[in-house]
Ligand binder design. Structure first.
Ligand code: SF4
Length: 246
């Protein structure tokens, strides 16, 4: 077994194991309805999951399918989207999305990659979310977070200005997907990137994959030194305070 193959296997195993007790719950994670999944993916752009959580159920109650979204009153739609910001742009795109499905697919979301990619506002990430979560296809949900994890753990960096468009990174991500378990794995990567391997200040000391991480092996000494230095200066300040109080 090659070293990289072994490392990929270890990564998947450690990550899924960590995720069993660290997963985050969101209403859009428990559905298998492709429309609800695509709506979540569209709402989640340029805002936080916490904000989307506030309006998601209300949104689906008011617009439960593509046809109701196509017929939506634009002002009402904008009003509902206000907590997420950019409500004008969002409302316009969502209505376009609803109309396209109403006119081309009789109000039903198509479940083929080619057709999904033609829907207004739907890119590879959202299309794969449907294929992974609804159709159980072994496909990755590659975004900047997944790319960061690949970069740090495996030391693989894209040469393209937009790594999300890099075919090689997509192919690498694809090789990580465990067969028949893509949904759990994709969600585990999302949670891991949000809670541990964060863009700024990754929590390396509590990371489940630190022993196989390229970045940690390279930066480990510095990370550990910073932690030790922080602890020593904390102790020093404590002693100073004590001495002053005498
Ligand atoms: Fe990310 Fe640090 Fe874990 Fe490496 S050790 S995967 S950089 S959190």
């Amino acid at each position: 077994m090659s070293k990289i193959f072994e490392k990929k296997n270890q990564f998947v195993k450690l990550l899924l194991n960590w995720w069993t007790s660290n997963k985050r719950e969101f209403p859009w994670r428990s559905t298998k309805d492709p429309y609800s999944i695509l709506i979540a993916e569209m709402l989640l752009r340029k805002t936080t999951a916490k904000q989307v959580e506030k309006i998601y159920t209300q949104f689906l109650t008011k617009y439960p399918d593509p046809n109701s979204l196509a017929d939506a009153d634009k002002n009402e739609l904008e009003e509902l989207l206000k907590p997420l910001g950019m409500e004008y742009k969002r409302a316009e795109l969502l209505k376009k999305f609803g109309l396209y499905i109403k006119e081309n697919y009789d109000g039903k979301i198509p479940l083929e990659l080619k057709k999904l990619l033609k829907l207004p506002g739907i890119g590879m990430y959202a299309a794969n979310a449907v294929l992974s979560f609804v159709c159980s296809k072994d496909v990755p949900l590659l975004d900047t977070n997944f790319i960061r994890v690949i970069n740090r753990v495996f030391g693989i960096k894209s040469q393209k200005s937009r790594a999300r468009d890099d075919k090689k990174i997509w192919e690498f991500a694809q090789t990580l997907i465990p067969s028949n378990n893509s949904k759990n794995f994709n969600l585990a990567v999302l949670d891991f990137a949000a809670l541990i391997c964060k863009a700024k200040k990754p929590k390396c000391s509590e990371c489940p994959v630190k022993n196989i991480c390229f970045y940690y092996a390279k930066e480990g000494i510095n990370i550990n030194n910073t932690a030790v230095f922080g602890f020593v200066s904390f102790l020093f300040n404590l002693i100073l305070l004590y001495l002053k109080s005498l």
